[in-house]
Ligand binder design. Sequence first.
Ligand code: IMP
Ligand code: MG
Length: 181
Amino acid sequence: MKQVSYEGLTFEPYITRDTIDARIKELGKDITRDCAGKTPLFVCVLNGAFPFASDLFRACENLPAEIAFIRLKSYEGTGSTGVVKEMLGLTEDIEGRTVIVVEDIVDTGHTIARLIENLKEKNPAEIKVATLLFKPEALEEKDVHPDYVGFSIPKKFIIGFGLDLNGMARNLNDIYILKED
Ligand code: IMP
Ligand code: MG
């Protein structure tokens, strides 16, 4: 693996695809165990979570489960805008169901907090959060506690495996971190 560049910024290898794959399989086992007897609805938060959701959903193949998609946006460039816009709503009836929100990353936690608020109005039985990445030091929403975390990472900007810089780099198979010099 080598360094990659986007918009004049250099990123270095951080988490390999193999490591990501192995971790997602573990999360799949945890969710399958915890959801025994339930039929959860996975809610993939587009755009960033789609590679993670695709792998995580299939890592739960022994669970009767459904998947739906929602689109939100809260980021521009490498810093949070602090504004969360819902782009595309959920059409599924989630009343009385176990919902597993699948996110690419929880940074300040504003996006997930806002989404959980919206979902609660639809009276699900419970809402769980699965996130591939979590930046505990960046968390501003004290009520946000992701239930399933792939990797806890420092407060640095990363790309790849769904995570973007202004829409680019989502198709990188590995995760890269912004190089500081
Ligand atoms: P939050 O609302 O601050 O938790 O931000 C959540 C959203 O910001 C994520 O779903 C990502 O789209 C984006 N984001 C946060 N940190 C990063 C990063 O390091 N790289 C790329 N996108 C990020
Ligand atoms: Mg996102």
